[in-house]
Design a protein around this ligand. Structure first.
Ligand SMILES: Cc1ncc(C[n+]2csc(CCOP(=O)(O)OP(=O)(O)O)c2C)c(N)n1
Ligand code: SF4
Ligand SMILES: [Mg+2]
Length: 310
């Protein structure tokens, strides 16, 4: 053996660490996840994991008691969130997350009900529920994961798919104009509207904290890569490549007019906090009407979005 290839032990180097027993190291999110359901079904480099992290971190930063929070999802890859988080949760039917969530909020106004669901679920099949919950200013926090596609069912065109993007049902490129989600939400009456990518984790976490803390219909759109059905079909690389593209091509413009924040295929787009104002919640409107009509016979409920906001 030549002198050059001899590696001598360094007498001052620290001893090698003992081998890690991966099984014995608890994951920092374990307390908040149903570990019996892990490993999850999501693909490598899917953006959904960071959305869950941001959701849990945002929730931890609120004053909400864990027992007073419920999560509702519809069907889809995003819909699996309700099954993975260790909170009272409801994995409902496709497009019906908002009506189930509305029922929960009405039956127990002390609950903070969060909906975490996909673009197809919330503004495709569930679009009608979305617009009416916003119009009523129902006390719901909606986290809409926009991966621009119906992912779970094989990558069909969604009402959010940008024009020219290739999907399994638009092999020559999508041609329908997509929804601009923040504009839709604001037009229907949402009191809080923000959009981030799933790589803006700190800003996303802060928006989720604010949305959960606000009475009324609050929407956070998260532009998130689907590696398997959107990125691959459009030859955009891995989910990480797409995540980086979204992050690097998004400009933060807090307070931007929502009519200006539509998203074109693989073009720069705007993220930020767009709407934050107050108006009476559904409970407050209902209670005001009932009190005006029934007087003392009406007994209002208690809850963060009620007039009795204890
Ligand atoms: C009534 C009904 N119609 C259609 C389906 C099939 N389906 C399940 S998930 C899904 C699309 C989900 O897309 P999205 O909400 O964007 O979620 P993603 O998988 O992209 O996260 C569809 C069409 C269904 N389960 N029920
Ligand atoms: S199909 Fe797309 S959205 Fe669904 S888990 Fe895989 S990467 Fe994520
Ligand atoms: Mg989708």
């Amino acid at each position: 053996m030549s002198e050059a290839s001899v590696v001598k032990a360094d007498p001052v180097a620290s001893p090698a660490p003992p081998p890690r027993d991966e099984e014995s190291i608890p994951h920092p999110m374990e307390e908040w996840l149903r570990m019996d359901r892990i490993p999850h079904i999501w693909c490598p480099t899917c953006g959904l994991g960071t959305v869950v992290t941001a959701f849990i971190e945002g929730l931890k930063q609120t004053d909400l008691e864990r027992d007073n929070v419920a999560v509702v999802s519809g069907i889809g890859c995003t819909g699996r969130v309700a099954g993975y988080v260790k909170l009272d949760s409801y994995h409902t039917t496709h497009g019906r997350a908002i009506p189930f969530a509305t029922g929960l909020a009405l039956s127990n106004p002390k609950l903070k009900v969060a909906v975490v669901s996909g673009d197809g679920d919330l503004v495709g099949i569930g679009g009608n529920h979305f617009i009416h919950a916003a119009r009523r200013n129902m006390d719901l926090t909606v986290i809409l994961v926009n991966n621009f596609i119906y992912a779970m069912t094989g990558g069909q065109v969604a009402p959010t798919t940008p024009e020219t993007a290739n999907t399994t049902t638009t092999p020559y490129g999508a041609f329908e104009p997509p929804f601009n989600i923040p504009h839709l939400a604001e037009a229907c009456g949402a009191v809080y509207v923000a959009r981030w990518t799933s790589l803006h984790v700190r800003r996303l976490t802060e928006s989720i904290r604010k949305a959960l803390s606000k009475p009324g219909f609050a929407l956070v759109e998260v532009v998130t890569p689907c590696s398997t059905l959107y990125a691959r079909r459009n030859r955009l690389g891995s989910g990480l490549d797409l995540l980086k593209f979204y992050h690097d091509n998004s400009t933060i413009q807090n307070g931007a007019r929502t009519s200006d924040v539509g998203i074109d295929f693989q073009k720069p787009f705007i993220v930020g906090e767009f709407v934050d104002h107050d108006r009476p919640t559904w409970f407050q409107l209902m209670e005001a009407r009932m009190s005006a009509t029934l007087g003392d016979k009406f007994i209002p409920k208690e809850g963060p979005s009620c007039t009795n906001s204890k």
